[in-house]
Design a protein around this ligand. Structure first.
Ligand code: AMP
Ligand code: ZN
Length: 119
C-alpha cells in the first residue's frame, strides 16, 4: 500500500532505525519513544490490525510475536528462558486506543518500570 507509512518503511522509501529483521517481519525504533526501549515490530505485509492479521494469517502473527520476543532479548529486557527484568508488548486498535498507523505494529516497551493500568 503506497499510502501506508509502515509499508513505505518496509519498502525502504522512508528511513527506519532497524533493530531486527526476518523474511516476514521488520522491527525499528519508534520515532517518539515512550521508554528507554521502544521498538515497533511489523509484518512486512500490510494488515491493518491484530484482529485482521489473526484471521488472515495466524502464522504471520506468530512470526511477529516471535520477532517481538527476539527484540526484547536483544535489548536486554529478558533472557532466552527468563522474564527478567521484563517488558511490555502493546498493540493499539482503533481511535479510542490511539491507533494512528493502520498497519499492525507491536510496541515493545521496556527499560523502566511500567505502570499498570496504562493511561
Ligand atoms: P500507534 O499510535 O499505536 O498507531 O503507534 C504508531 C507509532 O508510530 C507511534 O508510537 C509513533 O511515534 C510511531 N511513528 C510514527 N512515525 C514514525 C516513523 N517515521 N518512524 C518510527 N516510528 C514512527
Ligand atoms: Zn502498510
Amino acid at each position: 500500500m503506497t499510502d501506508c507509512l509502515f509499508c513505505r518503511m518496509v519498502a525502504g522509501e522512508i528511513p527506519a532505525d532497524v533493530v531486527h529483521e526476518t523474511d516476514r517481519t521488520l522491527a525499528f525504533r519508534d520515532i517518539n519513544p515512550q521508554a528507554p526501549t521502544h521498538v515497533l515490530v511489523v509484518p512486512k505485509e500490510h494488515h491493518p490490525t491484530v484482529a485482521a492479521l489473526a484471521h488472515a494469517d495466524p502464522d504471520l502473527l506468530g512470526a511477529v510475536v516471535r520477532a517481538a520476543s527476539a527484540v526484547a532479548v536483544q535489548e536486554g529486557l529478558a533472557t532466552e528462558d527468563g522474564v527478567e527484568p521484563g517488558y511490555r508488548v502493546v498493540t493499539n486498535t482503533g481511535p479510542a486506543a490511539g491507533q494512528t498507523v493502520l498497519h499492525l505494529h507491536l510496541h515493545v516497551l521496556g527499560g523502566r518500570d511500567l505502570r499498570w493500568p496504562p493511561g
